[in-house]
Structure formats: structure tokens, C-alpha cells
Ligand binder design. Structure first.
Ligand code: ADP
Ligand code: ZN
Length: 729
């Protein structure tokens, strides 16, 4: 009987010894069932065989038994090394990291027989007004989607499974069994139609293809202006991987994974790629997971969590919009998918391509130092020119507190509409107004659970906390002084800009694009198509619109508040503001017609605005790099955060004080704090922060481990570690 080390798929970090069930054998990386916990008898948890030691001294009678499963192929050595590395680097639980590779709900084999719910003829025609809201939703969902599994139906209609079942009893809904197509569609490389490249694109594509053929670890920065054809160029790398019968992974920020992108892929490759994304249904996830780990999925496009999946044979990783901060996850597990993708490339010996028009300072510095290959695409495709950017100095425009569009911007919108072209007004703020206050007594509406103002959402008639989701009905009377109609909205959100645009341009066709107005992928797609076909004149949008879209008639971009991202002044505030403004600006004039961008700002002399005007990104990054170097900030120094939180304010304070008393002294480290977090209260938890700043080569993890080991723990307080933090709230 052999003894093996098993890593349980739960919040633990060490592997435990088990004996293998009689007449069974296991290999490293295999999934097993295990009993876990002191008195556990039943093997109702899962684990992974992490190692098979030559000798294990644990007395046999102390050992529990593990039972091998064959649900998925064993995890490769490289993937297990990636899990080990990720857990050690992020100081997260190894079992939880492993769960990203083996998400328990997704590893069951896909079902072959499914039961579909559809409407009966009565259900098709009946008037739904007398039905309950939940039942009405089921009927309308089925009228649209025709047939759905119970899981999909309840998900899409947002009802419990009792509702469709109740409708069966009423004769409105019926079910049928069908056997499901589980085969993964296959791309034939000879059916792939890449475009005819420009000389510049061709050279970039050739270099990427060569790297895939070389099967060696190499990082490339594909650095091209918006509209230069970066996507078309990295498609060539995907094709090369296909031809070599290898898999390709494209990571994209959550928000870019739109139907537009998928259609573009389909146009070139003939079929849709396999996607890995939070909006997949459970059945789709299972199907895609199996296709990925059995090597049937040729190209996978996914959000950051797709990085950890057990690809059968990966040939290349592409990270689109590599600078996007959504690659950093800052909840449960704190990790940066871009950085770990590079690690994975290293462990699996394959090329990694970072793609951006506005590279992160980290990647830019590596490219400039020659650590990454640097491929540049400085021209827009087909001779389209880059937009002309100008600032509007709001200090000179004398706007009152309820005006948000300057006369200069309004005049530019007028001119654009007169030319029958489209306008995008960008403001990255959902809702109507970020703050509501009482004119009489000064009362401000704050979230009862968070240190945050309640955001007014006029369309819903509610105030909403954007941090915890707390809602209250929009009040008419001040709860503090009982004055009536004394409440005023302060500042703009996209809904308020909509009102302003409606009154300025009553004839124009206007649409608001934000995560509030575009709840489903399908709805968003419909709106995007309307914009593309010029059924809309003015688009008002949050960052949902900033990326990836291509609207030929859009020639004016007006940024309502260009200074928005600069407030707060965290490490990357300027960098991020530059990136987002550049990206929004890139929506203008993507076809033959030249584009104009107007940035409304109270700080037009700010380096970010000036660099945008001069279209001199590298100068901007150069100055930014020098400042970070001088300050010893990343990428020239290291940072980590400790976040102490507790539902008891005194427990959080006590724990922070204990930590402060035990800060280990070291020449290369500076510990700042404890300070109340800017979001001092979040979801009823009180939060304090430490910032640990160290020199570039300092090993920050052992330092933190040592610190925590020597600090007494306060009851009910939690300490979270964030290595290389992006958020400082
Ligand atoms: P980027 O990713 O750099 O913003 P895209 O790859 O999205 O650029 O290209 C911008 C637009 O130009 C897309 O509509 C794309 O299909 C088109 N395009 C780029 N290169 C070519 C080419 N060589 N032939 C045809 N169309 C191209
Ligand atoms: Zn809240």
C-alpha cells in the first residue's frame, strides 16, 4: 500500500499524507476523494496528489484513505509548480489557488441528456399581466430563448426552480429530454482567413509566429496605437499554435469579452472560440472545462481566472490590454494574472505576448531595458489618422453647479451632429449623482455599511451604495431636519449627463451605456449594433464603452471630467488616467473621417493632459518612470499591503496596534501605518492598513511571515496580505 501527499481543495496550505485505497494506484496531479478533518470518515472532499514521497514515516494506522478519480487528466508538473509559486508569492492558501485550476463545480463530466423547458401553445399566447412577476419573467424569457435547461432558465429569469415547475402544473410550460451535442467545434487551420497585412503588421505577425514555432519562453510587448491591427496580428500567433496542434490562450479584461470581439474572431477563424467567463452557465462551464483539459479546445478566450486552467498542451499566451488593472484580483485571493501568465510561460517554456496601446509602466520598462522583445505598430490601419486632442479649461468656462457640459463642448457637439457624425460623451460614473445632500441642514446620505456616499440613481428612484449594493428609496424629506424638497443632487453621473444632453439636443438620438443600462451581453450587443449602424447620434458611456469598439462615424469624443481618476493620487493614478483617456480618445476617427477629442479639465496643465495633447506617451512614461525610481516605488521598488478588518472597531484597532508593536526592523524596509483605510468601513467591517515598502530585491514574503508569526492575534480580526497592491482603498 503506497502513501501519498494530498493537497486538499480547501483553504489549507499544506499537503497531508494518505494511503491509497486497495488495488488502486495514483499518479502525481491526479484528483482524489478524501475524508478530511479529525473525525471525518466519509471521503466527501476532493484533493490533488501533490507528491509521492519515497518514504513516509507516518504510522499506517493514523492514515486515512484516498480514492482516485478519473474526472480529468492529472495536473501537469508545470501547473502544480505554478500553483506552488502563486501560493508562495501571494501568501495565499495553496488549496484555494489549486481550486482555481480545479473548480469543483466545473469538473464533473458534462451531461449528455438534458431536460429542456419550453412553452406550451397556451404559454406562447397567454396574456401574462395577471401572472405573478416571477412567472411572467419565466414566460417572457422562454418566449425569447425558446428552450432552456432549468439551470439556465432560473438563471436568466432570476427565479427559483419552483417557478417553472409551478408553470408546468398550470399547463403553460412543458419539458422534453434531448441528448446534447458535446463535441467541441473544431477549427481547420486551412479555413482560417487572416487579413492581408500591411508590411508593418506582417513583420509583427511573422515574429510572433516564429516564437510560437520556437516553443521557448519569451515575453513580447506588442505595442501599437489603437486601431493599428494588434488583434489581427496576434490572431496570426493563434493560428500558428493551431497548426502546431497546440492550444492558445487569450486573456482579456472582463469587460472586453463582448459579442463584437467574439464575432471578429469567428469572422477570421470560422467558429467561436471556447470562452471562460463569469457569465457562462454551469453546463457551459463543464463542457468548456473538459474541452480545455482534454485538448479539444484550440483557442480559449477568457478573463483572468482562465490562466489557471489545466490546458492539455498550451502553445502561446496572449494578454490583451495588458495594462488593465482588472488583471489584478483583490478579493479572496490577491493575484495578478498578467504577472502569473508570464510565470506560467516560463514554467511551460512558451511565448507570452503582452498587447497594449498604453503599456503599463512595468511592461514598458522591461521592453525598454531589452528584457522583453518590443514589437511596435505605430500607425493606424488603412491610413486612418490619430485623433486631435485638446483640453477645455473649465476654469475659464464659468459653469454653475448644475452644468457639466461647457459651452465649448456643446458647440463642438453641435458641429459634429450637423456633419451627421456621432459623438461619445465619456464619464466613468454610473447613476445620476454621486452625492445627495440637504440644502437646509447639510445632511449627506451615507451608506450605513460603508464609508461612502449613496449614489443617486434617478431611473430606479433609488440611492445605491456602489461598494456593498445597499439600496434605499430616493427620499423626498431630509431624515435629519425633516425639511421637504430640500435635497439636491451634487455632481454628475451618466444619467445626469443624459438629462443635460436631452435638453440641449432634443432632436438627437441618445443612448446611455453603463453596466446599469446594459445588463445582459445580448442587450449590450444590440446597442452596439445600433451605434455601429448610426441609429444613435450621441452615446453617453462609462468605461464599458472605452475599449475595443469600432464605430466608423464616431468623430467626437468629449470627456466630461478628465480629472476624475487623478483624485486620491494613488501610485498609478496618473498612469491609469493616461491609459483610460488615451483609450477613450482612440474611439474617435477610426475610419476615414478624422477624429477630435475634447478633455474637460480643471488641470489642463497636468502632465497627463499635456502628454495626451502632444501624443507623447513615451515621454509621459519616461517622467513617470523617473519619479517612481526616485521614490523607490514599483517597478523600481516593492510594495505590499496588510489590511486589517473586523466587524468590531476595537478589534481592528487592537490588531493594528499589535502589528505596529511588532514591526520587524530592517534596513531595506519601511512600514507605513497603521492608518485607517480610505474606505474605513466596508460592508460593516472596519479596516486599517499598513503599507510595506522595500527595495527591489528584498524578499518581502519571508519578512511578512516573520512579522505575523511574532504578532499576537486579536480575536475576530482578520489580516489580509496584498503583494504588489493596485488598490489602496
Ligand atoms: P487594435 O487591436 O490595434 O486596436 P484592430 O486589430 O482592432 O486594432 O484593428 C482595427 C480595425 O482595423 C479592425 O476593424 C480590423 O479588422 C481592421 N484591420 C486591421 N488590420 C487590418 C488588415 N490588415 N486588413 C483588414 N482590416 C484590418
Ligand atoms: Zn455600502
Amino acid at each position: 500500500m503506497s502513501i501519498v501527499q494530498i493537497l486538499p481543495l480547501r483553504p489549507v496550505s499544506r499537503a497531508y499524507s494518505y494511503q491509497v485505497a486497495d488495488h488502486q494506484s495514483v499518479v502525481p496531479g491526479q484528483i482524489v476523494r478524501i475524508p478530511f478533518g479529525k473525525n471525518a470518515k466519509l471521503p466527501n472532499e476532493m484533493g490533488i496528489v501533490w507528491a509521492i514521497p519515497e518514504k513516509d514515516e507516518t504510522p499506517r494506522d493514523k492514515l486515512k484513505t484516498c480514492y482516485p478519480l478519473d474526472l480529468i487528466p492529472p495536473l501537469s508538473d508545470a501547473l502544480r509548480q505554478l500553483i506552488d509559486f502563486t501560493a508562495a508569492y501571494t501568501m495565499g492558501s495553496r488549496g484555494m489557488v489549486a481550486k482555481m485550476s480545479v473548480p469543483l463545480n466545473d469538473i464533473a463530466p458534462p451531461v449528455h441528456k438534458v431536460t429542456l423547458y419550453r412553452l406550451t401553445p397556451l404559454g406562447e399566447t397567454i396574456d401574462i399581466t395577471p401572472l405573478t412577476a416571477a412567472r411572467g419573467k419565466v414566460v417572457t424569457t422562454l418566449r425569447k430563448e425558446k428552450a432552456l435547461t432549468l439551470a439556465d432558465l432560473t438563471l436568466q429569469a432570476g427565479v427559483s426552480s419552483a417557478v417553472p415547475k409551478g408553470l408546468i402544473a398550470k399547463g403553460l410550460v412543458t419539458t422534453e429530454e434531448i441528448s446534447q451535442e458535446t463535441a467541441t467545434p473544431h477549427i481547420e487551420p486551412q479555413d482560417v482567413h487572416l487579413p492581408t497585412y500591411s508590411a508593418e503588421q506582417q513583420s509583427a505577425a511573422d515574429q510572433l509566429r516564429q516564437q510560437v514555432r520556437d516553443k521557448k519562453f519569451k515575453v513580447t510587448l506588442l505595442d501599437g496605437v489603437t486601431g493599428s491591427g494588434k488583434t489581427e496580428v496576434y490572431f496570426a500567433a493563434l493560428l500558428e499554435a493551431l497548426q502546431m496542434k497546440k492550444q492558445a490562450l487569450v486573456l482579456v479584461p472582463e469587460i472586453t469579452l463582448t459579442a463584437t470581439f467574439l464575432e471578429r474572431f469567428e469572422q477570421r477563424f470560422g467558429i467561436k472560440p471556447i470562452i471562460w467567463h463569469s457569465t457562462l452557465t454551469p453546463a457551459q462551464r463543464r463542457r468548456n472545462y473538459q474541452a480545455i483539459c482534454r485538448g479539444e479546445a484550440q483557442v480559449v478566450i477568457g478573463a483572468r481566472s482562465a490562466l489557471f486552467l489545466p490546458y492539455a498542451d498550451l502553445g502561446v499566451i496572449v494578454i490583451d490590454e495588458e495594462h488593465d488593472s482588472s488583471y489584478k484580483q483583490e478579493e479572496v485571493l490577491f493575484y495578478n494574472a498578467r504577472d502569473l501568465a508570464i510565470k506560467r510561460g516560463h514554467l511551460e517554456n512558451l511565448p507570452v505576448v503582452l498587447v497594449s496601446a498604453t503599456p503599463s509602466l512595468e511592461s514598458y520598462a522591461h521592453a525598454a531595458e531589452g528584457k522583453y522583445q518590443w514589437i511596435k505598430l505605430p500607425h493606424r490601419h488603412a491610413g486612418a489618422t490619430l485623433p486631435t486632442i485638446d483640453t477645455i479649461d473649465l476654469r475659464r468656462e464659468s459653469l454653475n453647479a448644475t452644468q457639466f457640459l461647457s459651452p465649448t463642448l456643446i458647440a463642438a457637439v453641435e458641429k459634429t451632429l450637423a456633419r451627421k457624425e456621432q459623438v461619445l460623451l465619456y464619464l466613468n460614473r454610473r447613476g445620476y449623482a454621486p452625492l445627495t445632500l440637504c440644502r437646509t441642514c447639510g445632511h449627506r446620505f451615507e451608506c450605513p455599511h460603508c464609508t461612502a456616499w449613496m449614489v443617486q440613481h434617478k431611473n430606479r428612484g433609488q440611492l445605491l451604495c456602489h461598494h456593498c449594493g445597499h439600496v434605499m428609496a430616493a427620499p423626498r424629506i431630509c431624515p435629519q431636519c425633516n425639511d421637504e424638497d430640500s435635497l439636491v443632487a451634487c455632481g454628475p453621473g451618466v444619467e445626469r449627463i443624459y438629462d443635460a444632453v436631452r435638453s440641449q439636443f432634443p432632436e438627437a438620438r441618445v443612448v446611455v451605456l453603463s453596466s446599469d443600462t446594459q445588463k445582459s451581453m445580448a442587450g449590450l450587443q444590440e446597442t452596439l449594433e445600433k451605434i455601429e449602424h448610426h441609429a444613435v447620434d450621441i452615446i453617453i458611456g462609462t468605461q464599458i464603452i472605452a475599449k475595443g469598439h469600432h464605430f466608423p462615424d464616431l468623430t467626437l469624443v468629449g470627456v466630461v471630467d478628465a480629472d476624475l481618476g487623478l483624485a486620491g493620487g494613488d501610485l498609478r493614478a496618473s498612469e491609469r488616467t493616461y491609459q483610460i483617456l488615451h483609450q477613450v480618445a482612440g474611439r474617435a476617427g477610426r475610419a476615414e473621417k478624422p477624429g477630435f477629442v475634447l478633455l474637460q479639465s480643471y488641470l489642463p496643465e497636468h502632465r497627463v493632459m499635456q502628454s495626451l495633447l502632444a501624443n507623447d506617451r513615451n515621454a509621459f512614461l519616461g517622467v513617470e518612470a523617473q519619479e517612481r525610481k526616485d521614490a523607490g516605488m514599483p517597478p523600481y521598488g516593492r510594495l505590499a499591503s496588510l489590511i486589517i478588518s473586523s466587524s468590531s472597531e476595537s478589534a481592528a484597532q487592537d490588531q493594528a496596534q499589535e502589528l505596529a508593536r511588532h514591526i520587524p526592523w530592517h534596513d531595506d524596509v519601511q512600514v507605513l501605518g497603521p492608518a485607517p483605510a480610505p474606505l474605513y468601513k466596508l460592508r460593516n467591517k472596519f479596516r486599517l492598513r499598513f503599507l510595506i515598502k522595500a527595495t527591489k530585491d528584498f524578499k518581502i514574503q519571508p519578512y511578512i511571515t516573520h512579522w505575523l508569526e511574532h504578532t499576537p492575534k486579536t480575536k475576530n480580526a482578520r489580516i489580509q496580505i496584498d503583494i504588489d497592491p493596485y488598490g489602496f482603498m
